[in-house]
Write a protein that binds this ligand. Structure first.
Ligand code: GTP
Ligand code: MG
Length: 370
């Protein structure tokens, strides 16, 4: 729903707010400069000032951003994208750390040099798995609420000495709502009081039926800290991924999702992007939410500079003019002009929506003015 304040409308016509207020009054509308105007009223005002009105719809601005559907023959297999969820202290972080440490390339590079919001692990099979390191349920929900469907598979961590707990159940319902298959990691099996069988039985109560019980959910007993069965867990993820038949077209403009973003003192805006289709390259002009920029540099999850990033590859991107939000979609566009057009429109929309909330005004406009 699009609306505009008296002030913004005045600014766009390069007149003073008071003049717009006066014109409105002449038409029997009493308005302050912060008041929201609907499209018809605004159009009337603009006409009074002798301007022509051009309504630009959201569809006009956003058109083409989605991009054409990919032809089946353009699709090639891509790595699965995995999120780790589970109850507090059941070992999500330990598991992510342990999995990352199994990565052959990270080992070669002399350990893990930096921490970004997503990374790829290749245990040497040549089939990497991408992990998103924002395991918080809130982050998952927020991303989903913003329309970002990034995860292919959820690893549900359940501590074998503690069993199914409230946040385990929450994670199950998140995964089910998102229609994302679950692979269960029954963690802490090294502990003397570990009881993996009890975990499996408890999961039954929540319609997560492991293979042992005749279901199709894969479950692997692991120890994150003792590094037991991590390879089996990765194998289970790969098996699940094969069933999903994950594919993407690498030969098109890049589409991806912002995983996290921050303003870095030395480097400017640094955003972690998970490319989902197409290939992102240095020099590309990209739009991410209401920010845009020319990609100045791409860094992989080991902090190395790379020229490009294909599907399911997480990269840090430098060159955005502002900090986008996690869950924002990133799209490469053909020109700076186009990037500006889209981001200015989105910024205006965001501002107007914030004002609608602030003033309690109710507007339902589909159009904007330019
Ligand atoms: P939150 O982020 O707070 O929800 O916790 P988490 O799920 O990330 O758990 P974390 O990895 O921080 O682990 C919690 C505690 O469990 C830590 O003290 C870990 O060392 C311990 N822990 C994790 N995995 C294992 C395991 O496999 N075996 C044993 N014995 N301890 C473990
Ligand atoms: Mg943690």
């Amino acid at each position: 729903p699009e609306t505009i304040t008296v002030q913004d409308l005045a600014a766009r016509m390069a007149v003073r707010g008071a003049e717009v207020v006066k014109v409105l009054m002449k038409n029997g509308i009493l308005a302050t400069i912060n008041q929201m105007l609907d499209a018809d009223t605004a159009e009337l005002v603009v006409a009074e000032f002798g301007h022509k009105v051009k309504r630009v719809s959201e569809a006009d601005v956003e058109e083409g951003l989605e991009g054409a559907e990919d032809a089946p023959e353009s699709l090639v297999p891509r790595p699965p994208i995995v999120t780790v969820m589970g109850h507090v202290d059941h070992g999500k972080t330990s598991l992510l750390d342990a999995l990352r440490a199994t990565d052959v390339a990270a080992k070669e590079a002399g350990g893990i040099t930096q921490h970004i919001g997503a990374y790829q692990v290749d245990i040497g099979s040549g089939r990497p798995v991408t992990f998103i390191d924002t395991p918080g349920h809130a982050a998952f929900t927020a991303m989903r609420a913003r329309g970002a469907s990034v995860t292919d598979i959820v690893i549900l961590v359940v501590a074998a000495d503690d069993g199914v707990m409230p946040q385990t159940i929450e994670a199950i319902s998140h995964a089910k709502a998102a229609k994302v298959p679950i692979v269960v990691a029954i963690n802490k099996i090294d502990k003397p009081d570990a009881n993996p069988e009890r975990v499996k039985q408890e999961l039954l109560n929540h319609d997560v039926v492991l293979e042992d019980y005749g279901g199709d959910v894969l479950g692997v007993p692991v120890s994150a800290t003792k590094r037991i069965n991590l390879d089996k867990l990765i194998e289970a993820v790969q098996l699940q991924a094969e069933l999903l038949d994950l594919k993407a077209n690498p030969n098109r403009e890049a589409h991806g999702t912002i995983i996290e973003a921050k303003l870095d003192r030395g480097r400017g805006v640094v955003a972690t992007v998970l490319v989902q289709r197409g290939t992102l390259r240095v020099g590309d002009i990209v739009v991410a939410g209401s920010q845009w920029g020319r990609v100045r540099a791409l860094l992989n999850d080991r902090g190395q500079s790379v020229e490009e990033a294909g599907p399911a590859m997480p990269v840090e991107i430098l060159g955005l003019d502002g900090v986008p939000e996690p869950g924002d979609l990133l799209v490469a566009v053909e020109s700076e002009k186009r990037a500006r057009e889209i981001t200015e429109y989105r910024q205006r929309k965001r501002r107007d929506q914030a004002q609608v909330v602030a003033t309690g005004a109710r507007g339902s406009l589909e159009e904007m003015f330019s």
